[in-house]
Design a protein around this ligand. Sequence first.
Ligand SMILES: [Zn+2]
Length: 166
Amino acid sequence: MRCPYCKEQQDKVIDSRSTEGGAVIRRRRKCLECNRRYTTYERVETTNKLLVVKKDGTREPYEREKLFASVRHACFKLPHSAETLGSLVDEVEEAVFREFEKEVPSSFLGDAVSSRLRKLDKVAYLRFASLYLQFRLVDDFIQEARNILDGEHTDVVGQQELFKDE
Ligand SMILES: [Zn+2]
């Protein structure tokens, strides 16, 4: 980074933090020449460049909107605000950008979303899992559904009705 004061290119990052839910990384830098400090903002445009590697090996550009839509779809008619779902997607993106630079396996995205949905809302989790995760074996899905429904007998009727909305 070129120092805005002395134009030298020797700098040290003093502090970096992500803002706007991980979309922007703010770095506090110190010029090693003149010792002055300045701030740079790194916008995650890699969002557009990040590729999702699908199970069959094909790649497609990562799109936040698409991920958000899948989460919103899973939460259809469930009492969760757009903010809640937005921060869930933020968390997923932060996890992705921490680990991957250019390509992320679709399975990582799926797991990252489903583990968070599971904590948020079990109905949403089951919907997401059935729609996007493609359980490896049908048995896995049945077992998973059984585990969840076993824990929530009182809600079973309500949940079945919600499922009909799909
Ligand atoms: Zn300088």
